[in-house]
Design a binder for this molecule. Structure first.
Ligand SMILES: [Zn+2]
Ligand SMILES: [Zn+2]
Length: 240
């Protein structure tokens, strides 16, 4: 089966599930893609660092890491904590080829952006998925997040959201023999953008934030190419 066929088959499954209007966890009908009861099982990332979204006990202006490290991102948005049901849905979506399980989480991200009145630019780019992950999963999770968010936020934007190219130029795993400092120094070289008309403010999309190093490396590439601000949109952040 080719990747193209696989992806079409999965897309059909997704739409069938959405049209059935069934909770993707408990399968109760008529309550949307995630019912109210299951929604309450997701951990909101209520208190966090205002820059990197690192979960905290109280609201922090800047966490210790943001105060001591070079963070190239203006802000990371992550409405949920990557634990419990949220973790289960994302893992099943990515590793058991069930992309429809990301839909309710993307809806929550869109709701969060609108409720918090977060100002976003219309140039967006995606954390590039490696060819290896694409082959295993049969779909690209960041593209799925982009398409759904675009659909849900389009009417609230001043002009149409468009995709800005960001490509992976080398494998991070090939860098495993380097020290942490060397990896950090070279990390931005894993990504490139060849567009000369760089927007001032740009959105970067990823599914989850763990250490934030990939987002930071991509943001560094965008800033080096002429952007002035990078805001990341993600579904969830790991608790530390
Ligand atoms: Zn449910
Ligand atoms: Zn922080």
């Amino acid at each position: 089966m080719t990747l193209k066929n696989l992806s079409t088959r999965l897309t059909t499954l997704v739409y069938k599930r959405i049209l059935k209007n069934q909770c993707c966890v408990c399968e109760i009908t008529d309550e949307g893609s995630l019912c109210k009861t299951c929604r309450q099982l997701l951990a909101n990332n209520q208190y966090h660092c205002q820059r990197c979204a690192r979960p905290a006990q109280t609201m922090l202006t800047l966490c210790g890491e943001c105060q001591t490290s070079t963070i190239h991102l203006d802000r990371i948005i992550a409405p949920l904590r990557y634990e419990g049901l949220c973790r289960g849905l994302i893992r099943k979506a990515k590793f058991e080829q069930q992309p429809h399980l990301l839909y309710p989480l993307i809806e929550l991200l869109a709701e969060h952006i609108l409720q918090q009145d977060i100002e976003l630019p219309t140039d967006w780019c995606l954390i590039p998925t490696s060819d290896e992950s694409l082959k295993t999963r049969g779909f690209c999770q960041t593209t799925l997040i982009y398409r759904q968010l675009k659909r849900q936020l389009a009417e609230h934007m001043t002009s149409p959201i468009k995709l800005f190219p960001l490509v992976r130029t080398s494998s991070i795993s090939a860098q495993h023999t380097r020290s942490k400092q060397e990896r950090h120094k070279l990390s931005h070289r894993h990504f490139s953008t060849n567009n000369t008309a760089m927007p001032k403010h740009i959105v970067l999309i990823d599914d989850i934030v763990t250490t934030g190093s990939t987002l930071n490396a991509c943001a560094e590439t965008l800033l080096r190419s002429g952007a002035e601000r990078v805001t990341a949109l993600t579904l969830a952040r790991t608790p530390e």
